[in-house]
Design a binder for this molecule. Structure first.
Ligand SMILES: Nc1ncnc2c1ncn2[C@@H]1O[C@H](COP(=O)(O)OP(=O)(O)OP(=O)(O)O)[C@@H](O)[C@H]1O
Length: 595
């Protein structure tokens, strides 16, 4: 798939947008989404065709009435066709309503599936790629683009489908009345095509400038009203009123241009309709004159042509909307169709919880390396603390070992198996990273815990909470473990949220755990609770702690000191303090603040 998806496009500031699917790929993706629902699609199309076809019977029935009247038959002869017209109207109305709701339902199903696929792929995207594109790109696609496609599925797509069907079937019906009617009706087509092209060419830039001008006006109003006190204080009111007036006039001028454009668009369409209808009427006159068709048939042809006016304008007006929905769809498909993250063919299982970091380099931006050749061996079940000044690269190293980012150089293995050979799924089961950004998901406390192990029993949940010292407060919640937590529900304190994250770690039970949490002030009650919780959560597994409090380093088996991306010291706390180097200086500085 990747070979047919547009390559990412470079943007200023080193940004690289996420891929956008080509038109062919978008069509292929829609085809694949449609495949499981093909019968529903066939039935929908059949019902819509039937609805439009039945509606076409009205014109010949009216023609029949004309023929009956011309032939001078009694008024009783009109009753039959009149009743039929009523029946046809009801049946066509019913079929069209059912067809349209089937079509919207089908569109919604496809969109829902596409959205699922999008979220699936988006969650699996390498963080670097999302960062390069900017989080806004992904968010804009999942919100703005999905909304645009959703609106089109409910509005423009059914309108276009119905208009298209009506146009095609009406032209066929005109041809069936007499081929000469069809030929002259097509005289209007070049004018319509020219009009549509002219409109698309001119309307796009005018509407784009309109949006910019409206944005500018809003910004100016915000500046003026938001800064009213300053504006008054510096006697800037007149100046601001002038600016607001200037921007309003620009916006109004562009709106008027849009309206003029619309008026000319409809005027040109009316010209096409006039030319076509006049041609059909003259043809009818000539054909009735030479006896080729009856007056009723000529009437039906004229009515058919007239009935095209509505669908043609509706199709031309919705084309804009459909084009912009197509662009949004390509942006969604671009991400949804990204290849699934590859799992290696032959997966090796880690032998133990050891970690080996060999000559690891990393740079978020090519010109700014953050880690320079770090080597580190951590034994199974060992506890290692990472210390260093802010910006030294501690979090970066932690994330590399957890597989969040891929190092730009060197290798990392867990239990003797390289992270790449483990594959994303096994890596997630082998190493868990608890960061400072703990998220409490909306749901019950039990649901939140089960994210780490969906099949955990109530007893296992309680045991995990107890391990991290959280069972007391969890039981005291209004509904215990069934209390709704997260946004809009019971709010947990920062310490409680961290305990919850540690309880999830206990439930996930990985051989390697990395803790990078810095929420509590050293010496505070929160810090003591969390340190005790971390110690118990790490029992029996390899632990790498990004030490934000030096007490965490003092109690670790070994301390690793990073300085501007380089590993400068490694050893036990006592040894390093005695050595009087970088760590001793950090320890001394920290101890001084404690006394
Ligand atoms: N996502 C990122 N994109 C670009 N640069 C980054 C990113 N994350 C970190 N950096 C840069 O990498 C360097 C190392 O950052 P890192 O967070 O690893 O240091 P740290 O030692 O954990 O610092 P702290 O103790 O303040 O968290 C810093 O200069 C930082 O600005």
């Amino acid at each position: 798939m990747s070979d047919t998806v547009d390559t990412t496009s470079p943007l200023p500031g080193g940004r690289e947008l996420l891929p956008v699917a080509t038109a062919a790929d978008t069509r292929a993706a829609v085809g694949r989404l449609l495949r499981p629902h093909r019968w529903r699609a066939v039935v929908t199309l059949a019902v819509l065709v039937a609805g439009s076809a039945v509606a076409l019977l009205v014109a010949p029935l009216l023609g029949r009435i004309v023929d009956v009247v011309v032939a001078g038959a009694g008024s009783a002869a009109v009753v039959g066709p009149a009743v039929l017209i009523a029946v046809v109207a009801v049946v066509a109305g019913l079929l069209t309503t059912v067809g349209m709701s089937l079509l919207v339902g089908l569109g919604e199903r496809l969109l829902a599936r596409l959205r699922e696929q999008f979220v699936d792929r988006a969650l699996a995207l390498p963080l670097e790629q999302v960062e390069r594109a900017g989080g806004g790109d992904l968010t804009a696609r999942v919100t703005g683009d999905v909304a645009v496609v959703g609106e089109a599925v409910r509005g423009a797509v059914p309108k276009l489908a119905r208009a298209g069907l009506t146009i095609v079937l009406t032209l066929l019906a005109m041809g069936a009345l007499d081929w000469r009617f069809l030929v002259v009706a097509l005289l209007a087509v070049p004018i319509q095509i020219h009009t549509a092209r002219w409109y698309v060419r001119n309307a796009g830039p005018v509407y784009a400038r309109q949006r910019v001008a409206e944005g500018g006006l809003q910004q100016q109003l915000l500046d003026t009203v938001g800064g009213a006190a300053t504006v008054r204080a510096f006697l800037l009111a007149d100046d601001h009123v002038d600016r607001v007036r200037g921007r309003s006039l620009t916006a109004v001028d562009l709106v008027l241009r849009g309206i003029r454009l619309m008026t000319r668009f409809y005027a040109r369409l009316n010209l096409a309709e006039f030319v076509g209808l006049a041609a059909v009427l003259v043809t009818g006159f000539l054909l009735v004159g030479n006896g080729s068709v009856t007056a009723g048939t000529a009437t039906a042809a004229a009515l058919y042509f007239h009935s095209l006016f509505g669908p043609i304008s509706s199709a031309l007006v919705t084309i804009d909307e459909a084009l912009s929905a197509g662009a949004s769809l390509a942006r969604i498909v671009g991400v949804a169709e990204l290849p699934a993250p590859g799992e290696p063919q032959h997966r090796a299982l880690p032998m133990d919880g050891s970690v080996k970091v060999a000559d690891v380099h990393h740079a978020y931006r090519a010109d700014r390396p953050v880690l320079h050749g770090v080597d580190l061996d951590i034994g199974a079940a060992e506890r290692v603390a990472l210390v260093g000044a802010s910006g030294a690269g501690k979090t970066t190293l932690a994330k590399l070992i957890a597989g969040v980012h891929r190092p730009t150089g060197g290798s990392i293995s867990l239990g003797g198996v390289g992270l790449d050979e483990l594959g994303p799924e096994l890596a997630r089961r082998t190493v868990v990273l608890v960061t400072q950004e703990v998220h409490v998901f909306a749901g019950t406390l039990a649901d939140d815990l089960r994210l780490a192990r969906p099949d955990a029993t109530e007893a296992q949940l309680r045991e995990a909470l107890s391990t991290v010292g959280a069972l007391g407060w969890a039981d005291a919640l209004p509904d215990g473990l069934d209390t709704a937590v997260g946004e809009g529900a019971h709010t947990l304190s920062v310490t409680q949220a961290q305990q919850l994250a540690l309880a999830r770690l206990v439930l996930a039970d990985p051989p390697v755990a990395i803790l990078d949490e810095a929420t509590a002030e050293a010496g505070s009650a929160g810090a003591r609770v969390l340190e005790a919780a971390a110690t118990r959560a790490l029992a029996g597994r390899t632990g790498l702690l990004v030490a934000h409090r030096m007490t965490q380093a003092a109690t670790a088996d070994r301390v690793v000191v990073l300085d501007t991306g380089r590993l400068v010291e490694i050893g036990h706390h006592d040894e390093l303090v005695a050595a009087g180097g970088r760590y001793a200086a950090l320890w001394e500085a920290w101890s001084a603040t404690r006394t």
